[in-house]
Write a protein that binds this ligand. Structure first.
Ligand SMILES: Nc1ncnc2c1ncn2[C@@H]1O[C@H](COP(=O)(O)OP(=O)(O)OP(=O)(O)O)[C@@H](O)[C@H]1O
Length: 264
């Protein structure tokens, strides 16, 4: 479903600010894979997400979604196949538009022209049904401006908007990190539910090791632009935070330098 092959990225090449962000990344996600990604600061996690979504182009390598190479396509041309939720609850939604208008926008993403922007009563029913699965009452607030929602509510809406057109790839970029613990837990369980229900192929970056172990069927660890561990379903079931830390130290030869990492 997603094949990242030999992807490298160097920032500020040839200057004293040169930064190696990714080196020869190889990553294959099969349909329905839910892969969590952890790694120390500057490991290249966000850069990898940006390469897949088309925010930036790799220096070398190829990115294939489904059976097509998207490496040369700009971000907006890939958006029909990709859903993405960012860390910042402000990033995924339009604050001055209503919940209904935001959903209509997401609904039209990647669709051919000819679909009207207006919200028909049939479509409104679909939106209400989708919103009610979030379980936080947003289905009764279709005309509320999104800017008035709490961070958790916005993130729940962003998650819905990113997923309800069933993207081929869902990218979650520390999407619970800016929320307080109870809201983060809500978004985490909604994520798990939606990804499983829709069988979405998902890549989720998190700084929370416990969350990375608990969710998904695979766990990938990055360090200094490389994937240093790729743990499959069977091994992941027996994984603990302590074991993960030990593995990181063994492979990288250093302690996990990441102030934000939650040990669970
Ligand atoms: N636009 C940019 N210009 C220059 N250097 C960059 C840019 N984006 C990322 N980098 C550098 O590339 C490396 C990888 O950064 P990236 O943000 O992908 O890491 P990360 O694993 O997401 O880190 P964090 O967990 O701290 O968010 C870092 O050294 C970073 O400083």
């Amino acid at each position: 479903m997603l094949h990242v092959s030999n992807v490298s990225k160097l920032f500020n090449s040839g200057t004293i600010d040169e930064k190696i962000a990714l080196i020869g990344i190889e990553l294959q996600l099969n349909p329905g894979d839910f892969v969590t990604v952890i790694g120390s600061n500057g490991a290249g996690k966000s850069t990898l997400m940006n390469m897949i979504s088309g925010v930036m182009k790799p220096d070398t390598g190829d990115i294939v979604i489904g059976d097509r190479s998207v490496t040369a396509l700009p971000e907006h041309r890939r958006s029909r196949w990709i859903g993405r939720v960012f860390q910042d609850p402000m990033a995924g939604t339009a604050p001055r538009m209503t919940i209904e208008e935001n959903l209509a926008m997401a609904y039209l993403r990647g669709k051919r022209r000819g679909f009207s922007f207006g919200v028909s009563s049939a479509r409104r029913k679909i939106f209400q049904a989708e919103l009610s699965r979030l379980g936080i009452g947003l289905e009764n607030r279709l005309n509320a401006k999104v800017g008035l929602l709490s961070g958790g509510e916005r993130q729940a809406l962003s998650l819905l908007m990113a997923t309800f057109t069933r993207p081929q790839i869902l990218l979650l970029d520390e999407h619970t990190a800016a929320l307080d613990p109870s809201r983060a837990e809500l978004i985490t369980s909604l994520t798990d539910e939606i990804v499983r229900d829709m069988n979405l192929t998902t890549l989720m970056v998190t700084h929370n090791m416990e969350q990375a172990i608990r969710l998904g069927n695979r766990l990938v660890m990055m360090d200094k632009g490389r994937i240093i561990l790729d743990i499959g379903e069977a091994d992941k079931q027996h994984l603990t935070v302590e074991r993960l830390m030990t593995e990181f130290e063994r492979i990288s030869g250093k302690k996990m330098a990441d102030d934000r990492t939650l040990l669970g």
